[in-house]
Design a protein around this ligand. Structure first.
Ligand code: FUB
Length: 322
């Protein structure tokens, strides 16, 4: 494969990259061999800590800053530290992470540090009213912070359709009704909770109709990411069981967003997950695959490659196979 894992001394996944203090900091999941058999609810992703990586240039040397947050230090911990993200405000760094609580329900937690590389001190309780997985925190050009999040199947979002957790709901409602959308809410000034009612995001097809639950090649599954380019809001996400990274464009942070196309075709492995950032005048896609583990689903490695736009603002599709 043309693109190589950024680090090989451990398995890393779910890269969420940001520029802080002129460096790229990458917030990753730390994959381990936990010995748990693979299933559709992701029990085999039984991660127990986070590491932060940084790069002063792309390509360039990658620094592993060590353990940034350990599950044993989180008072509400059940299991499974999945994809995390970080935002900075007034000199503090806020790490947002999903984890199952002691009743096996995914919640979102916050941990705080004075440094982008941690260590991060966890808040004693999860964010009030939080659920599901894969938080992404986006700071708009007006300084307002928004959290996007959610994931179906193992990410449990389908169990919150009525507003209350229902453990009897299986994978997803595979129907002609609108597909389940990711969630969005503004963050409070103290960055520790939601400042408004949580809303569901709609992703529309080219005719303006919501994508259907049966449309597995286009509907949202997990790993949403928000970036802004030429004044437009680009919502990108994974389609999960069809293994694509797609994007949709909107005129404001809440959408609706209109489906545009494929950013990354399937990589080696089941999951696909990414982030997009601008650094020193170029745009990059951070993503992961299972090249280093020769295809083991739960042992992934992060990679980076340049992302290009066409003159009309569309993103040039990249081949996940190389
Ligand atoms: O790493 C565990 C889960 O796998 C993430 O939260 C998902 O996005 C998928 O990459």
């Amino acid at each position: 494969m043309k693109h190589k894992p950024l680090v090989t001394h451990m398995y890393t996944a779910d890269p969420r990259a940001h520029v802080f203090n002129d460096k790229v900091y990458i917030y990753t999941s730390h994959d381990i061999e936990a010995g748990i058999p693979e299933n559709d609810f992701g029990d085999h992703f039984d991660m127990r800590d986070y590491h932060v990586l940084s790069m002063a240039s792309i390509p360039g040397e990658v620094t592993d800053h060590g353990v940034a947050l350990d599950i044993k230090d989180i008072p509400w911990a059940g299991r499974q530290l999945w994809s995390n993200d970080c935002a900075t405000k007034d000199g503090k760094y806020y790490l947002y992470y999903p984890m199952k609580d002691k009743t096996d329900v995914f919640r979102l937690g916050v941990a705080i540090s004075d440094s982008p590389s941690g260590p991060f001190k966890p808040e004693p309780e999860p964010m009030e009213g939080s659920f599901s997985i894969d938080p992404c925190v986006f700071c708009d050009t007006d300084g307002q912070y928004y959290m996007y999040w959610g994931g179906i199947w193992g990410g449990q979002l389908q169990r919150w359709i009525t507003g209350k957790y229902d453990p009897t709901v299986g994978q997803e409602p595979d129907t002609e009704s609108p597909a389940i959308g990711p969630r969005i809410a503004k963050l409070r000034d103290d960055m520790l909770g939601y400042a408004e009612e949580i809303k569901e995001i709609r992703i529309l097809d080219e005719e303006g109709n919501p994508l259907k639950g049966t449309d597995h090649n286009r509907r949202f599954f997990e790993a949403c990411w928000m970036h802004k380019y030429n004044g437009k809001y680009y919502l990108s996400y994974s389609t999960g069981n069809t293994h694509l990274i797609l994007y949709a464009i909107g005129d404001n942070p809440y959408g609706p967003f209109t489906y545009q196309g494929v950013i990354l075709t399937p990589v080696l492995g089941w999951t696909t997950h990414h982030s997009i950032l601008e650094f020193k005048g170029k745009w990059y896609l951070y993503y992961h695959d299972c090249e280093l583990s020769a295809g083991k689903t739960h042992l992934r490695s992060i990679k980076v490659r340049e992302l290009r736009y066409n003159p009309d603002g569309s993103i040039v599709t990249m081949d996940g196979g190389n």
